[in-house]
Design a protein around this ligand. Sequence first.
Ligand SMILES: O=c1ccn([C@H]2C[C@H](O)[C@@H](COP(=O)(O)OP(=O)(O)OP(=O)(O)O)O2)c(=O)[nH]1
Length: 147
Amino acid sequence: MADHLGSVASEQVQPNGVDLTLDTVFKQVSPGRIGTDGKEIGEREEVAADDGVYRLPPGGYVVRYADRIRIPEGHIGFLYPRSSLLRNSCMLDTAVWDAGYEGRGEGLLEVYHDIELETGARIAQLVLAEADHEGTYDGSYHGENIE
Ligand SMILES: O=c1ccn([C@H]2C[C@H](O)[C@@H](COP(=O)(O)OP(=O)(O)OP(=O)(O)O)O2)c(=O)[nH]1
């Protein structure tokens, strides 16, 4: 599976998937909108890190993963939080990763008890399943967060 996804370090390879690591934590500061005619993502501000460490009080945060992911054709991706996050009273909410998507994705981190997260720390695990599909992902997030 790691071969499908591009550059992942050996520490990120798990028996059934690869771990994704933390790049940036954001706090949303203005409303978004989801309508029948499209969507808008609210403004966000990067949370200040102290020497690469985010010290997060309870709340909801948008996190960006550091790893550039490409979901191969014939597959679907599912992302799960690392269980150590759950054991620390935090949850990572994620959606479907479509065949053909490429980018550095984002998710919602729910914090129920203060936690420290270091940039580059493994926070999630991506697994792939074989899946039929019609076409490949060509939506607004294709190629996101890739310099
Ligand atoms: O937790 C997740 C789940 C998916 N993705 C990536 C991969 C996925 O292929 C892409 C688009 O997700 P989705 O199809 O759910 O986006 P949307 O809200 O329907 O927007 P659009 O219609 O512009 O694609 O975002 C993430 O970054 N985080």
